[in-house]
Ligand binder design. Structure first.
Ligand code: MN
Length: 267
């Protein structure tokens, strides 16, 4: 995903480097795919010449143990990126414990509560397994990974197709402000947005939300249009702060498929 926000920001999520090693332990042997992912990402970097590259979490796969595969391949990925781009950053995901040990010093590692980049147009980036910093509600765009979104379509022939997907919608500021205040144990009366602004001294906007697909095509996904599970993963979805029924779904090539609630009728 390329965002122009005063600077060019290239983002990608959920590489899960090391998944082949985990699969091999279960008896499923797949040749290592890291080279292919690296070439794909570096191809995008060379084509679009971003000022910074942000990996929105789950760069690595193995938790709690870091495999030899990760120790070998993750520094290679970072070094290849640093050869091409001034700033390489990571929003820490739930699989990224100890990622700092595999990253060269130049790589900026941000906490799981996320961070804001950009100028007049502000982009909040977080992996999505943790509550965001209140300041992220001031962003114009919130970018998350973690859910590995896919769309599942049943064809009249009885063939079921599952594809990785982009999911995009708008945040309801009242609901998210209320959920974060509740999480922090803050009691309030009246509007949640007003209370939120007073509590955290953050102006609440109405950010767009984009949930990124996995870069790694070996990963399983979560069909956003299936009936189970009832919500997506992560506190913002589980708490009901974000409801995706009216979010739009796109294939990897940008094809617009429709809203989640419509696509539910086809799953
Ligand atoms: Mn992930």
């Amino acid at each position: 995903m390329l965002v122009e926000a005063g600077e060019r920001i290239l983002m990608a999520s959920d590489f899960h480097l090391g998944i082949e090693y985990e699969l091999a332990k279960m008896g499923i042997n797949i040749p290592y795919q890291t080279e292919r992912y690296m070439e794909e990402l570096l191809g995008l970097v060379r084509e679009h010449r971003p000022d910074r590259v942000i990996l929105a979490g789950d760069v690595k796969h193995g938790v709690p143990i870091t495999s030899f595969q990760e120790k070998r391949e993750i520094p290679r990925l970072f070094n290849a990126l640093l050869d091409e781009v001034d700033r390489v950053e990571v929003a820490r995901g739930n699989h990224d414990s100890n990622i700092q040990n595999l990253a060269p010093e130049e790589v900026e590692i941000h906490p799981s509560k996320g961070f804001i980049v950009g100028g007049a147009f502000k982009v909040g980036v977080l992996h999505g397994h943790a509550w965001p910093y209140p300041a992220l509600l001031n962003a114009d765009l919130l970018v998350m990974g973690h859910n590995h979104p896919t769309v599942r379509l049943n064809t009249p022939l009885g063939v079921r197709v599952t594809q990785r997907a982009w999911v995009r919608g708008k945040l309801d500021p009242e609901r998210v402000a209320s959920a974060i205040l509740g999480q922090d144990g803050v009691k309030f009366e009246g509007g949640a947005v007003k209370a939120f602004q007073e509590e955290y001294d953050v102006r609440v906007g109405k950010p767009q939300v984009v949930i990124m697909p996995t870069f790694n095509d070996l990963m399983g996904g979560l069909p956003v249009n299936s009936e189970t599970p009832k919500s997506l993963l992560g506190p913002l979805f589980r708490s009901g702060a974000i409801e995706v029924d009216d979010f739009d779904v796109y294939l990897l090539d940008g094809t617009f498929l429709g809203r989640v609630d419509f696509l539910r009728t086809l799953s």
